[in-house]
Design a protein around this ligand. Structure first.
Ligand code: ADP
Length: 194
């Protein structure tokens, strides 16, 4: 099934994990801006060094850089029949950029999935992940900053998409499979009701 989708939620809400379940269900690729930046940083290339100078402090990478990277990724053949964007858009400017990108291609978003989780739960999860994966942006100070930035910069997007009638919200607290089935049921119900 062709579905163009955005996944949004606070750092640590389990977006990456749920993205896997959703991509399996719909057969569309997941496009995670955070993962793409990390891959460039590991490769040590110019984009990676630039991204790292922002991500390691918990700041957003500048919009022009991120917008251009996403547009190039959406032009890859595997995204022609749909995609799941994870971590983009992250502010209202990026919402407008994405609208324009999709309009240029004669398409539009089908649904925006919000995964909710309260702050203490996400901080606990991220500190656990830091111990396992050693992500540079997973120190408590940077995590708190990323969460603050989420409230300030990313949450306004949720209101925008709600007013467009494309928002589906799911509680992200619970086991991975439990949340995945909640997500799949909520998406089925929304997509059938359109
Ligand atoms: P999380 O959702 O857990 O904060 P991500 O893997 O989605 O982690 O993103 C990691 C970092 O990559 C962000 O803190 C930010 O610095 C950068 N980043 C990811 N997506 C974007 C975006 N759309 N715009 C700007 N910066 C981004």
């Amino acid at each position: 099934m062709s579905v163009r989708m955005v996944l949004v939620g606070p750092p640590g809400a389990g977006k990456g994990t749920q993205a896997e379940a959703v991509t399996r269900k719909f057969g569309v690729p997941a496009v995670s801006t955070g993962a793409i930046f990390r891959a460039h940083t590991e490769a040590g290339d110019e984009l990676g060094r630039l991204a790292d100078s922002f991500t390691s402090r918990g700041e957003l990478v500048p919009d022009e850089v991120t917008d251009r990277m996403v547009e190039a990724r959406l032009d890859q053949p595997d995204a022609a029949g749909g995609f799941l964007l994870d971590g983009y858009p992250r502010n209202l400017h990026q919402v407008a950029s994405l609208d324009a990108m999709l309009a240029r291609r004669g398409t539009a978003l089908d649904v925006v999935l919000e995964i909710t989780a309260d702050e203490e739960a996400v901080v606990g999860r991220l500190l656990g992940r830091a111990a396992q994966e050693g992500r540079k942006d997973d120190t408590e100070k940077v995590i708190r900053h990323r969460i603050a930035l989420y409230h300030e910069t990313t949450e306004p997007l949720i209101a925008e998409y709600r007013s467009r009638g494309v928002l589906v919200s799911v509680d992200g607290i619970g086991g991975i499979d439990e949340v995945a089935s909640r997500v799949c049921d909520a998406l089925d119900a929304y997509l059938e009701s359109r």
